[in-house]
Design a protein around this ligand. Structure first.
Ligand code: KIV
Length: 262
């Protein structure tokens, strides 16, 4: 049985602190999928840790996020929870886990029971009913508009959004409707130059960009793209600060060499 949910004082404080950051201090957000990385990010002072469904690629080696299940998400949210004391832990609702208001609410509750402070789901007007149902159950929601990775198969690839004025207007109205529903913040992914600024100045909740320019209220990255630990693909907008893949390889080779010397 899925238990009813009620946000703790600590969670409410974190959510309200996040809302108040708009226009004052930029919000930092990274993904994590396990205890050690989550703890390192938390201790380094990150604001939001997203247990993203990008774990489909980063952890499981899938081509995209469409094979991620609730079982995988719950497992990784639990793994991260113990390492996080200060950041807001947001968990992605995976592909097809929120097709109805009932499944959206049930699955959001399961993520909260696993340790999430808030859930994120992809889409604008198309998921407004589900968003409202989750909020009605007392669970905080982060929206996600622009390029939607869960739609990659339907759309035949990852495509930048907002190129036509109709598409840009539709994104703007998605942002307004999601804001009016009561979400805490809005992730905006891969949109054309200038639209991030327009959405950010139109709505009063924080926007968190990824490939959406520098004008959002914060930025989010897949942690592997920051650390250079997924060398097979890194999006152009991500600027890795270290190269963990090559450092790991050097360490492994040194270990093998030491063994052969002894
Ligand atoms: O799953 C994910 O990594 C995301 C991005 C916004 C970082 O949703």
């Amino acid at each position: 049985m899925v238990m009813a949910y009620s946000a703790s004082i600590d969670q409410r404080e974190k959510l309200s602190a996040l809302s108040q950051r708009k226009g004052k201090q930029l919000i930092s957000a990274l993904t994590a999928y396990d205890y050690a990385v989550a703890r390192i990010l938390d201790e380094a002072g990150i604001d939001i840790i997203l247990v993203g469904d990008s774990l489909g690629m980063m952890v499981f080696g899938h081509e995209d996020t469409t094979q991620v299940t609730m079982e995988m998400m719950v497992h990784h949210v639990k793994a991260c929870r113990k390492g996080i004391h200060n950041a807001l832990l947001v968990a992605d609702l995976p592909y097809k886990s929120y097709e109805t208001t009932e499944s959206a609410t049930t699955n959001a509750k399961l993520l909260v029971q696993a340790g999430a402070d808030a859930v994120k789901l992809e889409g604008g007007k198309a998921v407004l009913k589900q968003t409202k149902a989750i909020l009605h159950a007392g669970i905080a929601v982060i929206g996600h508009i622009g390029m939607l990775p869960q739609q990659v198969r339907e759309e035949g690839g990852y495509k930048k959004k907002g190129k036509s004025s109709m598409e840009a207007q539709s994104l703007l109205s998605d942002a307004k409707e999601l804001e009016a529903s009561g979400i805490t913040a809005l992730v905006i992914e891969s949109i054309v130059e200038g639209l991030g600024e327009e959405i950010t100045s139109t709505i009063d909740i924080p926007t968190i960009g990824i490939g959406a320019g520098n004008d959002c209220d914060g930025q989010i990255l897949v942690v592997n793209d920051l650390l250079g630990s997924y060398p097979w693909f890194c999006p152009g907008f991500a600027k890795p600060k270290v190269n963990l893949a090559s450092q790991t390889s050097i360490a492994v080779k040194a270990f093998i060499e030491d063994l052969n010397k002894s």
